[in-house]
Design a protein around this ligand. Sequence first.
Ligand SMILES: C[S@@+](CC[C@H](N)C(=O)[O-])C[C@H]1O[C@@H](n2cnc3c(N)ncnc32)[C@H](O)[C@@H]1O
Ligand SMILES: [Mg+2]
Length: 247
Amino acid sequence: MSFPEGLTTRYPSLLPFADIYDVESHDGREITLLKCIYAHPDLDKIRNSPSEICRVMDEFAAKQDFLINIGSDKGDKVRQIIEKEKPTVLVEFGGYVGYSAIFFADAMRRAAGSADGLRIWSLEFDPLIASIAMNLIELAGLSDVVKVVVGPAADSLERLKKEGKVTDVDFVFLDHCEELYVQDLKVCLDLGLLKSGSLVVADNVVRPGAPAYREYVRQSEKFESWGVKGLIMPGSFEDELEVTRIK
Ligand SMILES: C[S@@+](CC[C@H](N)C(=O)[O-])C[C@H]1O[C@@H](n2cnc3c(N)ncnc32)[C@H](O)[C@@H]1O
Ligand SMILES: [Mg+2]
């Protein structure tokens, strides 16, 4: 399929493993995933169960087609951070089919003890992919918590701020396009959404890699920043999350 320039989802550092995984995405596999989930023999067990829906997506990624979501290993690393920090408003750049939004909303709800006052804004460029995410978030019983917004993430966030829907953000998850991490973090800062103590977690800083972003957050006195190791699943390829706290 044709994808706007700069919005590639191809993962260059996974290319050596291309004989194992076709690392493309947005090529119809996500529709196949949705159909597989609705054809699942235990659909009633999956309904309203975020962990079951993520497990079925993991199974699809392992057996049928690679999915470019955060996966269970790095997802668990973020879950541990959520348990400790108890964020109430999370903005994610790059929602894809909703895996991380479902995973994180479940973690936020468990950490808070209820869904009251919790909100994830999941910003996704591709309208078809976003529709699949909305569907799966509804199936997970999380549509009161997670709102999917279609469009380039920075534009969506700017609009949400103007509309007064987003004012303070506790937690930003960057997972859209590594080349945009620095400029989009700056958008969050310029909009005044991040306060002292807010966290920014960026995925894929080692694989495929976000060296300019890592350098930016580590050299600035505005931030305290460190890496958390994790694995791309399936395949157990080593990667890192960059965890950055606003001072
Ligand atoms: C790696 S996937 C996100 C995976 C998701 N966070 C998860 O773990 O389940 C990246 C997604 O970002 C989207 N994307 C790329 N550039 C974007 C942009 N500028 N604004 C919004 N979404 C973007 C792509 O369409 C793709 O669905
Ligand atoms: Mg990622």
